[in-house]
Design a protein around this ligand. Structure first.
Ligand SMILES: [Zn+2]
Length: 383
């Protein structure tokens, strides 16, 4: 077993150089195979028990465990190995560059920085010998697309708490929104363009729905707000309909997205949409529809008094010399999956910029701070 004190910057540079573009997002993307191999070897050499989960070939997730001596709490440290596209990156996205206290490259911020800090912190803490509780590193595939990596991990592993090191500028993230997708098919009747007596224009009927959808959005904006996340929102995202200029369109399909806040759920959202559509059935002549549900992901809200939230906050305060800010995010993350699996968790990660953008970097001092904060949290929680 190697008993050094690993440098997270060195690990991050190695991780940036490995292409791990999510092939769900970008056809032909490299996937997580090479990066999982690198992390697995690195952790194996430091005494971790490494499990490779790979239900989908080429899309592995890793679970690396430092077993405890028994009787302590189990802590999970979660991060995603995949990145968004390399295309459109300003310069070589796989060539880690260090300047002005920053490290540049695709994934530096979202979230190979978080992975590097997890690996360095866990290796540092456990090099001195096991704690009482298990430390589980879950380095997962596919967070940027369908999140099947964390889902696959949760089928076989659990813990008493988790920290997800998504970038958060060293602020404690305790909540985020969820989302629900729906397809609304407006049904008309096809007919030759010269026969309005026979045709029902599905596109024109869809116009009524779009206006009603915008009104629903305005009502939501005026409704009760979550203290950190505000209100839920709704928008149309895809529309398809019609065949050719001289035919009444028989169908118009609209995909909509409803972003949800804690205390809203998929059934409620379906009822809300059914209410809007049924009102159109009774007020607009020949209005007919079919509603089908697509992907649903729950919102996330941590208990601010949870042991892991208090432990991480305390360590952040010690390392940073001030209490960390508390925040919420509009976008969805794997935290919702852990929370639903009964694992209290929060998000806390590096400072930087450029998630999904043309230049991406992580602040090097924040990477060291994150590593120190995680090391203190692991020691405190699992001892
Ligand atoms: Zn991310």
């Amino acid at each position: 077993m190697l008993a050094e004190n690993p440098d997270p910057v060195r690990i991050l540079a190695d991780l940036i150089a490995i292409d791990s573009v999510n092939p769900g997002l970008v056809a032909g993307g490299a996937g997580e195979n090479a990066i999982a191999q690198f992390c697995g070897r690195w952790l194996d050499a430091r005494g971790f028990e490494v499990h490779r989960l790979e239900k989908r070939p080429g899309r592995p997730s890793l679970v690396a465990i430092a077993r405890g001596t028994g009787g302590g709490r189990r802590l999970m440290l979660n991060g995603h190995l995949d990145t968004v596209s390399l295309a459109g990156y300003d310069g070589d996205p796989l060539d880690p560059q260090i300047r002005d206290g920053k490290i540049f490259g695709r994934g530096a911020y979202d979230m190979k920085g978080g992975i590097a800090a997890i690996m360095a912190a866990a290796a540092r803490v456990t090099a001195a010998g096991p704690l009482r509780g298990d430390v589980l590193l879950t380095l997962v595939a596919d967070e940027e697309y369908g999140s099947f990596g964390t889902e696959e991990v949760l089928e076989s592993f659990t813990a008493d708490a988790a920290v997800i090191t998504e970038p958060s500028n060293l602020e404690v993230t305790l909540a985020h929104k969820g989302f629900a997708w729906f397809d609304v098919e407006i049904i008309g009747r096809a007919a030759h363009g010269s026969r309005p007596d026979l045709g029902v224009d599905a596109i024109a009927k869809a116009g009524h729905f779009l206006v009603a959808l915008e009104e629903l959005g305005l009502r939501l904006a005026q409704g009760p707000a979550h203290p950190m996340l505000g209100t839920g929102t709704v928008h149309a995202s895809v529309i398809q309909g019609g065949e050719e200029p001289s035919t009444y369109p028989a169908r118009c399909r609209i995909t909509i997205e409803r972003r949800t806040v804690p205390d809203e759920n998929a059934d409620q959202v379906r009822n809300e949409l059914t209410g809007v559509l049924d009102r159109l059935v009774s007020t607009v002549p020949n209005f007919s529809y079919r509603l089908s549900a697509g992907l649903y992901r729950e919102p996330f809200e941590a208990d601010p008094q949870a042991a892991i939230v208090r432990a991480l906050t305390r360590n952040a305060e010690t390392v940073l010399g001030r209490p960390p800010a508390v925040r919420a995010e509009p976008f969805w993350t794997d935290a919702a999956l852990l929370h639903r699996a009964g694992i209290p968790c929060l998000l806390f990660g590096v400072d930087g910029e450029g998630a999904h953008a043309a230049t991406e970097w992580a602040d090097i001092s924040s990477l060291h701070h994150l590593t120190d904060i995680l090391a203190g949290t692991i020691t405190g929680f699992c001892s």
